[in-house]
Ligand binder design. Structure first.
Ligand SMILES: [Zn+2]
Ligand SMILES: [Zn+2]
Length: 574
């Protein structure tokens, strides 16, 4: 059981209690517990296992919470949560994903309108019933109508970070079984898409019962939904469903290829097979006339028989990978180990949970050679954003820490808000003292494209700005980003030598794969940053790298794969 699983259970508990109108103090206690566990750098299970230690030494964990954590870790669930889930319909919980709709509003929809599904909510909003609720109004109703379809769609998908962690843990467990010879995750998870609808896992085995029994008993599995001779479908505790398929050795590569997809990529693969007098399916590649197999045991064989090099899963979208493969021009994709620096992170000076020193040491431990501390500027009041005076003091502190810690360099940075009126949140004389300025949109994301572009161009044209962070401000599956006129903005970034960020946070991944590829085409250096708000937040770098791989980026396209000296040379000079 991972810390995030424990944290999620407390979050769900808090949401459900709040919808039920529970005491605010109790709700907050669970939220605090979730944050404490989520930010721990060691496994909570290890603390429980250690007789000499107590969970109650952790901040905001009392006796009752400590007992609950132990129950969760030991049994994988919490009876109290299961009870609450029976009282609050799942459709009501989904409403929490609507932007601007918290548990209190959901409670009003549920109790006052007696609405229990997103479909019913949409109908009620269309009839004006939602606006009439106390505390709602026209604007809220309008926002519900604008977002409800994408929330309904997203409800069926899960963040890659979460589903990949689950799939990896299960695959690792399967590989330890005596009978299992090979195991892999396939599907959109293997292609590293930002969200995953369900998980496909393939195994080869000498005894098909063993992996299925193992999965049925797995900590992460809530329920076995169906079991046949070669396929088992389960639902994980996180809600995502997983198919386990037992495939023969001689079909393993073909099955991997088939179940990894994408649909579009596989259409081209089948066409190439036909053109060569072959047919391709999940069992193998066969001669058309006599059904003699010609490949199937490995993916490499399948691709080779279709006159192609093996194509990395992240590129399998029929977006030019076949042309590049034919021209022997597939990119050597960037790897997480190529990353040397991380240029976007927060500390306790604003909304982070660790000090400059703790962040630097944690980054060093992860093998990084340089970081930029980029706390918020003053516009972000709820995060206690920095004004000029506090920022300069903060940078003095960075100088001091830099003196003390060897083996990692800390750049003096700022995450600078680009204000709604297209001015910058801090004056130029302060910005000029920074090593690194990542300018961002946080507010006014719904402004028209002209104004959004005006804001981004103001930042790009300011000689102190070195990068644009999370350009659209989108939250994957939850909030549409700003309507950016990418052509104009990218051209300006290229002209001025401003870097563009792929924000690695699993809910942002902004730029997305398509736009990151477009930026690469213009020769704009990309930086992949974690936007960490805690030391464990540094671990999301891989998801940004996955997004970069989907964009076809190579090591050389990503600025923070360079040494610090080389990186500095890429910084704008005008
Ligand atoms: Zn930000
Ligand atoms: Zn940030």
């Amino acid at each position: 059981m991972q810390n995030n699983d424990v944290a999620r259970i407390f979050d769900q508990l808090a949401d459900l209690l709040e919808i039920q109108g529970a005491n605010a103090f109790r709700v907050r206690a669970y939220r605090n517990a979730s944050r404490t566990i989520g930010n721990l750098t060691e496994l909570v299970a290890d603390i429980i296992a250690d007789q000499s230690r107590s969970l109650q030494d952790l901040s905001s964990i009392g006796k009752d919470l400590a007992e609950k954590i132990t129950t969760i870790v030991e049994s994988g669930s919490l009876p109290q949560l299961d009870e609450l889930k029976e009282q609050v319909p799942p459709g009501v919980v989904e409403m929490l994903n609507l932007p601007g709709i918290g548990p209190k509003k959901v409670a009003a929809i549920f109790h006052d309108l007696n609405v229990t599904t997103l479909d019913q909510l949409k109908e009620a909003a269309e009839n004006g019933q939602v606006a009439a609720l106390k505390g709602f109004g026209r604007k809220t109703e309008q926002s519900i109508l604008e977002n409800i379809d994408s929330v309904a769609e997203a409800g069926k998908r899960f963040y890659l970070a979460e589903s990949k962690a689950e799939a990896d843990a299960i695959v690792e467990g399967l590989l330890q079984l005596e009978s299992v010879t090979q195991a892999t995750v396939a599907g959109s998870c293997r292609r590293r898409k930002e969200t995953v609808g369900d998980l496909d896992v393939l195994v080869t085995t000498t005894e098909s019962g063993e992996p299925m029994d193992h999965l049925a008993e797995h900590d992460l599995v809530e329920k076995v939904l169906a079991r046949g001779d070669t396929k088992q479908r389960v639902r994980l505790r996180s809600g995502i469903e997983m198919d386990l398929r037992v495939v023969p050795d001689e079909s393993y590569g073909a099955a991997m290829q088939y179940f990894t997809g994408s649909k579009e990529h596989n259409i081209v693969m089948r066409r190439r097979a036909q053109e060569r007098g072959l047919k391709l399916n999940e069992y193998g590649l066969y001669r058309n006339d006599d059904d003699i197999p010609v490949a199937g045991a490995t993916e490499e064989d399948v691709y080779a028989k279709l006159d192609l090099p093996w194509i990395p899963p992240e590129l399998r979208e029929d977006r030019g990978e076949f042309e590049r493969a034919e021209a022997n021009n597939l990119p050597k994709l960037i790897e997480t180990d190529d990353i040397r620096g991380d240029l976007h992170m927060h500390t306790t000076a604003t909304d982070g949970t660790a000090s400059i020193e703790e962040m630097a040491l944690a980054a060093k431990k992860r093998g990084l050679k340089y970081i930029a501390i980029t706390d918020h500027s003053k516009r972000v009041m709820m995060a206690n954003g920095l004004d000029a005076k506090r920022l300069r003091e903060h940078w003095e502190e960075i100088d001091r820490v830099n003196e003390e810690i060897k083996g990692i360099e800390i750049l003096k940075g700022i995450e600078l808000d680009i204000l709604e009126d297209a001015t910058l949140d801090l004056p130029d004389d302060v910005l000029a003292e920074a090593d690194w300025v990542v300018a961002v949109l946080h507010y006014g994301l719904k402004q028209p494209r002209d104004q959004i572009n005006k804001r981004l161009l103001t930042a790009i044209c300011n000689p102190c700005v070195t990068a644009i962070g999370h350009m659209t401000g989108r939250i994957v599956s939850k909030r549409q980003g700003a309507d950016v006129g990418f052509d104009e903005v990218f051209r300006a970034a290229a002209d001025h030598g401003v870097m563009l960020e792929i924000n690695a946070h699993p809910s942002r991944l902004d730029l997305d794969d398509i736009h990151a590829a477009a930026a690469k085409d213009l020769g704009i250096p990309i930086v992949i940053n974690t936007d960490a708000h805690s030391t464990s937040g540094l671990d999301v770098m891989q998801y940004g790298v996955f997004q970069a791989r989907r964009a076809g980026l190579m090591k050389g396209d990503v600025a923070n794969t360079r040494t610090l000296a080389q990186f500095r040379k890429l910084l704008r000079t005008t």
